[in-house]
Design a protein around this ligand. Structure first.
Ligand code: CDP
Ligand code: CDP
Length: 226
């Protein structure tokens, strides 16, 4: 029988992780878990509950009242906070620009990491984020580190924003992406880093389908090797 593997996809902002992770999951009949959405949900929840984003104890306490859940949806998976649909709200620029602050809090990471491990325990999962291969699922059978140049990533996010009615200028988007990458890569707890056994995939010149095929081939090779 086919093995139900754990597939970890990490990389910097807007490299295409969620887009390709979702398609790869569909191809293998796996579930897709967007861990960035979980950090965004906590950020949104703190911002709408007047909790200071740097107050670690207060944010951790607030999280005890927050249940994050997902439902399949097109084009985006739906994200809920205590049953409230926050799918669009967590992609707004104010959440995007504050999420790295929340993601640097060790207590927040401990709570979300435990939830993520529980979801992935049975296998048959594609999980994307920053620390999945390095920290959340160090035993994952497949680890991908997805990158693209910052200019290309800004262009992709710009095109995507237009369809959502968000009009941030291209140069500003690139600056924001680079700042978030810097914060995510230099934080003390579980920084963005390529796990030693992760496969580097540079998607700068690649179409979405090419990236999905590349990852699918890595998964097939790995599952026949087990
Ligand atoms: O989609 P985009 O690349 O803009 O970001 P995301 O995947 O939604 O993640 C948003 C933010 O959450 C990142 O910039 C990180 O600060 C944080 N994050 C994290 O720290 N660890 C993860 N496993 C996933 C996201
Ligand atoms: O999850 P992450 O922040 O890494 O990226 P994303 O939210 O999937 O956004 C990537 C954007 O680039 C989407 O608008 C994709 O349609 C587009 N794109 C891509 O993901 N991969 C390519 N090879 C080309 C474009």
């Amino acid at each position: 029988a086919e093995q139900a593997l754990q597939v970890a996809i990490d990389g910097p902002a807007s490299a295409g992780k969620s887009t390709v992770a979702k398609l790869v999951a569909k191809r293998f009949g796996y579930i897709y878990v967007d861990t960035g959405a979980m950090y965004r949900a906590v950020t949104y929840w703190a911002m709408t509950h007047q909790v200071a984003l740097t107050d670690e104890a207060a944010v951790a306490e607030l999280m005890q009242t927050l249940t994050i859940s997902f439902k399949p949806g097109e084009p985006d998976q739906l994200v809920f906070a205590n049953g409230e649909d926050i799918t669009a709200a967590i992609r707004q620029p104010d959440v995007t620009n504050n999420v790295s602050t929340i993601a640097a809090l060790s207590k927040v990471r401990t709570i979300l990491t435990a939830q993520q491990r529980q979801i992935a325990a049975a296998g048959g999962v594609v999980m994307d984020g920053r620390d999945i291969g390095s920290t959340v699922l160090p035993q994952a059978e497949v680890k991908i580190f997805l990158v693209a140049s910052a200019a290309e990533r800004a262009k992709r996010r710009y095109a995507e924003n237009i369809t959502k009615g968000i009009n941030t200028p291209l140069a500003q988007l690139q600056a924001e992406i680079e700042l978030r990458d810097h914060k995510d890569s230099t934080r003390k707890v579980s920084p963005l880093t390529q796990a030693a056994d992760a496969v580097l995939v540079d998607t700068t010149p690649m179409s979405i389908n090419e990236v999905v095929d590349t990852i699918a081939n890595i998964i097939k090779k790995q599952s026949s090797a087990i």
